[in-house]
Design a protein around this ligand. Structure first.
Ligand SMILES: N[C@@H]1[C@@H](O)[C@H](O)[C@@H](COP(=O)(O)O)O[C@@H]1O
Length: 267
């Protein structure tokens, strides 16, 4: 596992965007070889999307031969609801780049057959050749996508009921009104993300510091689903200084000592 420690959230966004660009470019994507990218929503990845749009406009990356799979979507919100993850992704990213809409995959939270929708999603990921790089964020309770505490670490795409903390955390997007926040979501499973060839998790802010500690300094535990990536052969956490506040000084020193080497990942 790699831990990249950047000073601020904006430096995290910069590193993450440069890494995604480098992976797409080095992969040599083309009409017969699509790069399959897993993507998150949330405030954390917003800066990365902004930077990627800039890179696209500057001509240093193209998404023409990229296929995306998003992590999750609320149940019961129409696609065009301003807070649906469909709206989020198109408004903040897809609309501004050259990706073909047919190559964008986001779970349909309005389906009347959630089981079938989720099984199809897993099948489509497989048919696309599996996910090359899954970028994720986490909740303050260490959930990845909507794999709430106690989710099976071998879970696959399915419907999940959101816990009170997550509903509370997301109420800010619904005018602070808890009753407006959907109570269920369709989400990829922990195992779905684990199956990606590489995973990059972005963690910023003091409110995520305990989650980063549980993710990398304690054992693998389904109450902190992000800790599952300790078993991933190619996992990278990208954090800002604030998110490292609960880590041991020794851990921080160790990974900062590797930064010279890790910078080369985005050169
Ligand atoms: N389902 C999403 C997660 O995928 C996301 O990682 C989390 C954190 O969001 P933020 O980046 O806004 O803190 O929010 C939601 O719960």
């Amino acid at each position: 596992m790699k831990l990249i420690i950047e000073e601020t959230g904006s430096d995290v966004a910069d590193f993450a965007a440069k890494y995604v660009r480098k992976r797409i470019n080095e992969f040599g994507a083309g009409p017969d070889k699509y790069f399959v990218l897993g993507l998150p929503t949330g405030s954390t990845p917003l800066g990365m999307y902004k930077r990627l749009i800039e890179f696209y406009k500057a001509g240093t990356v193209s998404f023409r031969y990229v296929i995306t799979f998003n992590m999750d979507e609320y149940v019961g919100l129409p696609r065009d609801h301003p807070e649906s993850y469909h709206s989020f992704m198109f408004n903040n990213f897809f609309r501004h780049i050259d990706i073909e809409p047919k190559n964008v995959h986001i779970l349909n939270g309005m389906t009347n057959d959630a089981k079938k929708e989720c099984e199809n999603y897993e099948r489509m990921i497989k048919e696309a050749g599996g996910i090359e790089l899954f970028v994720g964020g986490i909740g303050p309770d260490g959930h990845v996508a909507f794999n709430e505490p106690g989710s099976s670490l071998s879970s696959r795409t399915r419907i999940k009921t959101l816990n009170a903390d997550t509903i509370q955390a997301n109420a800010r997007f619904f005018g602070g009104d808890l009753s407006q926040v959907p109570t269920q979501a369709l989400t990829v499973g922990v195992q779905t993300v684990m199956d990606a060839r590489e995973v990059m998790i972005l963690i910023t802010g003091t409110h995520k510091a305990l989650a980063l500690h549980m993710a990398i300094e304690c054992g693998v535990n389904h109450m902190w689903t992000v800790s599952a990536f300790q078993y991933h052969p190619l996992a990278m956490f990208v954090a800002d200084e604030d998110a490292t506040l609960e880590l041991k000084v020794k851990t921080v020193k160790y990974f900062k000592g590797l930064m010279g080497h890790h910078r080369k990942l985005v050169e």
